[in-house]
Design a protein around this ligand. Structure first.
Ligand code: SAH
Length: 281
């Protein structure tokens, strides 16, 4: 009788599977990876592993340098950040770029701030890969709202005062409010987290109050959540617009009774580097 498990692939075959991308496969793969909110310690282990095997990293402006530094020095880095003055890549150009690199046999890491599927257009890139027959994997990331709540000590749900949390986009023409179900968002005892809402904060506040949300509802704005330049402003719904004017972003607006627990400040109190006893840094 043999003790060897028959399900285990022979060693030679496993070596092929584990080989570096370009050398081992004719068709590469695309990894849609969430880089988290900025603090490299908030990266998942899976995101780190994907980065370490990358041949090419296609990244947004929101991805911090500390995270980008975790990719191999030899990996090509391509920024597709939105720029105000210079050419910025259209989404379909990015889609084509990912597919083309994968077809060259490369391991392509598409690195996005936060989570790729939370206001990250990851779905469009996944569809483009599927249509092209390119293997695509999604690695989730810590979305900005989770880091912002953690830093401020403000739970997004809280027994008795926040039975639901909703992530919405604040993106609309400057000064206008996005097309959302304001009546639903105006109900008490829930947290509304607004991404991309800095320039439309006044209109968003007005719509929520017009739909019946109390102007005294606690609110929090967190800029650069989890980064060394994080800033948190504790305010109320009626004070949201005034507070938003003082910031340049990236920032989240968070409205809800549970934001009463938030602490203001300019230091990332909740995201200090972890010091583990006995582990050298
Ligand atoms: N996929 C990202 C969101 C991209 S949309 C995620 O899951 O977090 C871009 C918006 O996200 C910004 O306008 C801002 O509202 C928010 N955001 C991203 N990173 C942030 C950070 N570190 N601090 C505060 N807000 C952030």
């Amino acid at each position: 009788m043999t003790t060897q498990r028959s399900s285990r692939p022979p060693r030679a075959r496993r070596l092929v599977v584990l080989g570096r991308g370009a050398a081992a496969r004719s068709q590469g793969r695309v990894w849609l990876v969430g880089a988290g909110p900025g603090d490299p310690e908030l990266l998942t282990l899976k995101a780190l592993k994907a980065l370490q095997m990358a041949d090419v990293v296609v990244h947004d402006g929101l991805v911090s340098d500390e995270v980008l530094d975790l990719a191999p020095a030899a990996a090509r880095r391509i920024s597709v950040a939105k720029r105000k003055s210079r050419h910025s890549y259209a989404q379909d150009e990015i889609n084509r770029m990912l597919v083309a690199f994968a077809r060259e046999g490369l391991e392509v890491v598409r690195l996005k701030g936060g989570d790729p599927f939370v206001f990250g257009r990851g779905g469009e890139e996944l569809e483009a890969c599927r249509e092209a027959g390119v293997e695509c994997h999604v690695v989730p990331g810590v979305t900005a709202a989770l880091a912002a709540g953690a830093s401020a000590g403000a739970p997004l749900t809280h027994r008795g005062s926040a039975q639901a949390v909703t992530f919405v986009t604040g993106h609309a023409a400057v000064g206008e409010a996005p097309d959302l179900d304001w009546a639903a968002l105006a109900r008490a005892n829930q947290t509304v987290v607004i991404y991309m809402g800095l320039s439309t904060a006044a209109a968003i506040g007005d719509r929520l109050m017009a739909a019946g949300r109390d102007g005294a509802t606690p609110a929090l704005i967190v800029e650069n959540a989890s980064r060394s330049d994080e800033r948190r402003i504790v305010t109320t719904l009626s004070g949201l617009a005034g507070a938003a004017e003082t910031l340049a972003g990236p920032a989240l607006l968070m409205v809800g009774e549970a934001m009463a627990l938030a602490t203001a400040g300019s230091s990332p109190a909740g995201v200090q580097p972890l010091k583990v006893q006995g582990v050298s840094q």
